[in-house]
Write a protein that binds this ligand. Structure first.
Ligand code: SF4
Length: 353
């Protein structure tokens, strides 16, 4: 930090204004004391709820101690950006078993690049104003407790569905963080939670992934099973997955606070290749080059082609026994991947019952 006589209050206000100019809907400032959340993380890890996501346990306490992760950090600027691309008929698609349901955050271009660029632009504007200072930007990064930071920065509360909820905006937003070495004035943490007696998210979860309020057993969560899990999807969870082929939004769709969610202003988050309304059978017939071309710069790339087929096979096993469904499955019966073949066999068995 170059100038200790800075007006930090004015700077904090400018950071918020610039953040909004850069397309974020809300900006808050938190300190680096996250011990309460560190304890919650440790309990969650001890229960084994992270499944194969070893990165959740990596970095030790640095995850919950920003000043250890990036020495010199005094504050974290937490920012949120809405991603819901208008009305994509979420509830309707879930009722159409031949259609694929892709989590709404993943319909458009990958958010990491866009948000990282905007955070960089924000840092540059701060630098223009005050000169060189220490910072580091994070977007959905493993070593950062971003939801805890957002709550501390006043952006919302962590709901029973373990997502950050905002009374005016629901939960369909991405989070980004700028770690800074500036002693900026703090925003008041979100004082109270507003879930009250509601438990709609826990009740609706198709795979009963909530071990209790605020406790998600990722090993049962459809987002984990369809995106993070590398191997075979546990057989007992395949039927409840329904037509969800990449992620799941059920615990958000049902949340009453999402009545207040607003559509995104970002063109990047609009659906590409008709992913908000495509038949499972049609997607299942994409060749690998087609998959690679159509998912370039998309969050779907995280699953990779083999897991994409695995997930679609599960969806097709849960679909009605129509000609396109059976033809698509039979076309992949001899797929070179054992993982795909095993899920295709399972799916075909569902149609023989
Ligand atoms: S559905 Fe109800 S309990 Fe779940 S996060 Fe929303 S308000 Fe909280």
């Amino acid at each position: 930090m170059s100038d200790h006589s800075l007006d930090l209050n004015a700077l904090a206000q400018s950071i918020k204004d610039w953040g909004r100019e850069l397309g974020f809907q809300q900006v808050g400032i938190a300190d680096v004391e996250l011990s309460e959340h560190e304890a919650h993380l440790k309990r969650w890890l001890a229960a084994g709820y992270q499944g194969e996501m070893d990165y959740m346990a990596a970095h030790g306490d640095k995850r919950s101690r920003p000043a250890e992760l990036v020495p010199g950090t005094l504050r974290v600027v937490s920012l949120r950006m809405d991603y819901l691309p208008g009305d994509t008929q979420m509830a309707q698609r879930l009722k159409e078993p031949e259609q694929a349901y892709v989590s709404r955050y993943a319909l458009g271009r990958d958010y990491h690049k866009l948000i990282r660029k905007r955070l960089q632009q924000l840092a540059e504007r701060i630098q223009q104003q005050i000169g060189t200072f220490g910072y580091r930007a994070f977007v959905d990064s493993a070593p950062v407790l971003e939801k805890a930071i957002a709550e501390k920065a006043g952006l919302g509360w962590i709901g029973k569905n373990t997502l950050v909820l905002n009374r005016k905006a629901g939960s369909y937003f991405f989070l980004g963080e700028l770690f800074v070495d500036l002693p900026l004035p703090l925003d008041a943490p979100h004082a109270s939670e507003h879930c009250g007696r509601c438990s709609a998210c826990m009740d609706i979860c198709p795979t009963a992934a909530f071990a209790g309020p605020y406790q998600l057993d990722a090993r049962r969560c459809i987002s984990y099973l369809t995106i993070e899990l590398k191997g075979s999807i546990p057989v007992e969870l395949r039927t409840p997955i329904g037509n969800r082929v990449f992620g799941c939004d059920d615990c958000q769709i049902v949340c009453p606070w999402n009545r207040f969610a607003r559509p995104t202003e970002q063109g990047d988050f609009q659906p590409r290749h008709g992913l908000d309304n495509s038949a499972l059978a049609e997607l299942f017939l994409w060749t690998e080059p087609e998959f690679l071309a159509r998912t370039e710069g998309s969050p779907l790339r995280r699953a990779g082609y083999e897991r994409w087929l695995r997930n679609l096979a599960v969806g097709l096993g849960n679909a009605p026994s129509t000609i396109p469904v059976l033809e698509a499955l039979n076309a992949r019966r001899d797929h070179p991947s054992e993982l795909v073949r095993e899920h295709v066999e399972w799916a075909l068995q569902q149609h023989e019952r």
